[in-house]
Design a protein. Structure first.
Length: 300
């Protein structure tokens, strides 16, 4: 979803900051974050993502897992990612599945839980479509990755990069208590965040580069991140735009974490299963940028 789509329309800038948010210099939680980088320790995450094509909600996901650290930062991630269909979409697909066995099989694969592990320079995936493409005797597909690869794909902001976190809070449009609010763009994230560059590949261009990402970050009493909410709209063509909202919560900082890669004899290389590209759904006539809700569900 992070591969930049050329030829898109510009997305209007998002106005942030309201009278309820005082313009103040934020604290520096980057230092508190760095103190958490201890081998064998980590943090738990829970995450919910929703996506839209114009006005129509599309497939979302729920993610749960753990992130492990070493002295330099994230060293490994293990989690599950479960696709979530809207009631309307699920009904439509079930009706089609009842008439076509191939659709029924595709529906099962599309809604199957994925297991993801990233460690070192490898990402491992089990489940879903991958399970149908694996050679006999293999249960995981392995591919090039980074220690944080399994944690991203839905959440655009990597708060485990101290410099990225410091930059975002320093440029926040407002603050209320330990909740910060602001906006950035794909181009700005590409400049400041190494993981965003790694996940996105080539630099975003044109209207895609100007795509607005609005965010809210909430800190706990120790100045550690406990919640990140983002929303964005990516223009695709004059008649197609994709919108996403992701809320990630972090808890149990300092929890013991021991993540290991799958046994080598159970892993097939990505070259053995081939690549699949994302195909957007039917075109819709609307570009829309939303503001992620605060901890109480407010969007003002």
């Amino acid at each position: 979803m992070r591969r930049w789509i050329a030829g898109a329309l510009a997305v209007s800038a998002l106005t942030v900051g309201t009278p309820a948010f005082a313009q103040v210099k934020p604290a520096d939680p980057a230092r508190a974050l760095s103190k958490q980088f201890v081998a064998g320790q980590g943090v738990r995450l829970t995450e919910k993502t929703r996506t839209w094509v114009g006005r129509d909600e599309y497939i979302g996901s729920v993610r749960q897992g753990v992130i492990g650290f070493d002295a330099k930062g994230v060293t490994a991630v293990e989690n599950t990612r479960t696709p979530v269909l809207t009631a309307k979409l699920h009904k439509e697909l079930k009706e089609s599945a009842a008439k076509n066995e191939d659709v029924a099989d595709a529906l099962d694969l599309a809604t199957e839980r994925l297991y993801l592990i990233s460690k070192g320079k490898r990402l491992y995936v089990n489940g879903g479509l991958v399970s149908e493409l694996l050679p006999e005797g293999k249960s995981w597909v392995g591919m090039p990755g980074h220690p944080y690869s399994a944690a991203y794909g839905d959440q655009l902001i990597n708060v485990f990069e101290p410099a990225t976190l410091r930059h975002l809070l320093a440029t926040a449009g407002g603050r209320r208590g330990d909740q910060y609010r602001g906006s950035t763009t794909f181009a700005q994230l590409y400049k400041v965040s190494p993981s965003f560059r790694d996940q996105g590949g080539a630099p975003p261009k044109g209207a895609v580069a100007r795509t607005v990402v609005s965010w809210r970050i909430t800190l706990d009493a120790r100045k550690l991140v406990k919640r990140v909410a983002v929303s964005w709209t990516m223009p695709v063509t004059k008649k197609i735009s994709l919108r996403g909202e992701t809320e990630t919560r972090y808890s149990d900082w300092g929890t013991p974490v021991n993540i290991t890669a799958p046994p080598a004899d159970q892993v097939a290389d990505m070259k053995e299963v081939g690549d699949r590209s994302f195909v957007p759904p039917a075109p819709i006539d609307r570009d829309y940028v939303s503001v992620p809700p605060d901890d109480d569900g407010n969007t003002e």
